[in-house]
Design a protein around this ligand. Structure first.
Ligand code: GLU
Length: 490
């Protein structure tokens, strides 16, 4: 079957050797969008053959992270599917038998190079400033030579022949025509290591055959791998899928995003912890290298599924700009249904004693504060003044605001008129303050700052009427009293 005639089947194939990376999440997202747009299947499978580095905690992190983003799959290690298994460690024998086919047909051979031998080959090449490659030295061993190595106890790996020179060409779904010279592929490649485990480039081909992939969409760091993989498909007499390579992600200083340089901020879990909205991350990652035909910048995952067009995915490097992500996040915090935001914000309020507030007041509080949040974790600071009997006031603010003569006048007047404040009506509550201002001949910061500082400890903040209503009569009275105390003693 030609790959054109295949049903749409795409995949993400992460290695559980680290937490879910932004780049992997973006690749998963583009594959997911492609599958949904084309009515196809999106497959999740695990490349977990690296025993030393693979860890189940990373598998969980990757699965949870993708699900959190709203990316779901139709087949995978957790849900099964028609082409199991979806973990490479469960297919070791199968890879070996496929490698044996290539041995039998002469496309592969047993290589007896020892690790020391390979290391010194590398050193010599380095010393001569040559590119590092296997020199194909054991390609054509006689039976006697093989037996001699076997007797020495050498355990062979299986290498695939890469004939040179030749051009490996394909039409890339994103980059257009691509051509790679086989001389740039590092010599004959190992497909099964001496410990019997298949290498990435081999196992991935077998999986893509087994699972009938129609398109492989992944980062452009895989271009040389694609060239190698195409040779394996050919040797096995199989039609390869189409390929598409997305540009890699860089920071605003044009440096590749890496754990080493950027720490935890390359991981989805970090954003989850800090209270980023999955809707914001998905929107941000999706539009990073693709803009819908209608030019919209803000869109949901469902809309992206309808609008996604692989032909419009950009070839230029993707830039991860935290300020832009923050802009998306603030937008979603402000515009998602308040119930959603309340539910997600609650864990960040866990350190406060919420028992003195009704659920409605907490909701009002979050609704008020969300206007200025960049990420939900920030609510910890911005909500702090609502809790506790008193609010801390910085000395500087105390000196500049509460010592002014007007401060005492305003706060005393408000205390005397507290019964006039409608505590369920923020506009009405603010109007009481305004009215007092008129009576006292005070306005602007002379009027509002003392009240704000008394109630919240700060001169700036969210709507004053709402603050008054959420705090409620008792707390307002208490705070006015405390601030007046500060007025008197200063
Ligand atoms: N495990 C590989 C990676 O995460 C998969 C690459 C591929 O999609 O073939 O880069």
């Amino acid at each position: 079957m030609t790959s054109e005639a295949r049903a749409t089947r795409v995949r993400i194939a992460p290695s559980p050797t680290g937490a879910l990376h932004l780049g992997t999440a973006r690749t998963a997202l583009y594959n997911y969008l492609y599958a949904r747009k084309n009515g196809g299947a999106f497959i999740f499978r695990l490349e977990d053959t690296d025993n030393e580095r693979s860890n189940e905690k990373y598998t969980e992190d990757i699965i949870e992270g993708l699900k959190w983003l709203g990316i779901t799959w139709d087949e995978g290690p957790d849900i099964g599917g028609p082409y199991p298994p979806y973990r490479q460690t469960e297919k070791i024998d199968h890879y070996e038998s496929m490698a044996n086919k290539l041995l039998a047909s002469g496309f592969a051979y047993l290589c007896y190079a020892t690790p020391d031998e390979l290391a010194s080959m590398k050193e010599e090449q380095k010393a001569k400033n040559e590119s590092i490659r296997y020199d194909n030295r054991y390609r054509n061993l006689s039976q006697d030579e093989k037996e001699k190595f076997e007797k020495e106890g050498r355990i062979p790996s299986i290498r695939f022949r890469i004939e040179e020179p030749q051009k490996i060409k394909w039409h890339d779904a994103i980059k257009g025509q691509i051509e790679v010279s086989s001389s740039d592929l590092g010599g004959d490649m190992i497909i099964v290591k001496s410990n019997g485990v298949a290498t990435y480039n081999f196992a991935v081909v077998i999986d893509d055959i087994d699972m009938q992939m129609s398109l492989v969409l992944r980062g452009e760091d895989h271009i040389h791998n694609t060239a190698k993989q195409l040779l394996i498909f050919e040797a096995l007499g199989e039609t390869p899928p189409h390929y598409g390579h997305t540009a890699l992600m860089f920071d605003t200083e044009k440096r590749k995003l890496s754990k080493r340089r950027h720490g935890e901020s390359v991981h989805i879990a970090k954003y989850r912890e800090d209270g980023y909205m999955p809707e914001a991350l998905v929107n941000y990652l999706a539009q990073m290298s693709w803009t819908p035909e209608n030019g919209k910048e803000i869109f949901t995952l469902e809309e992206a599924c309808q609008w996604f067009d692989i032909k419009k995915v950009s070839k230029s490097p993707a830039v991860f700009d935290i300020d832009k992500l923050n802009w998306f996040n603030a937008h979603y915090i402000r515009s998602l249904p308040i119930e959603t935001v309340v539910e997600r914000a609650m864990p960040y309020l866990a350190d406060f004693d919420l028992s003195s507030y009704s659920q409605d007041s907490i909701k009002d509080m979050i609704e008020l504060l969300r206007e200025s949040l960049v990420k939900l974790a920030d609510i910890k600071d911005s909500a702090a003044f609502f809790f506790g009997d008193t609010v801390p006031v910085e000395q500087e603010v105390k000196d500049s605001v509460l010592t002014a003569a007007e401060a005492k006048t305003v706060l005393e007047a408000l205390r005397a008129n507290i019964s006039k404040i409608p505590f369920t009506d923020p506009k009405g509550a603010k109007a009481v303050v305004d009215e007092l201002g008129k009576e006292l001949g005070l306005k602007g910061k002379n009027l509002y700052w003392p009240v704000r500082v008394a109630l919240s400890g700060k001169t700036q903040g969210p709507d004053l009427g709402s603050i008054i209503c959420i705090l409620g009569e008792k707390r307002v009275a208490c705070r006015l009293e405390a601030a007046l105390g500060l007025c008197k003693t200063t």
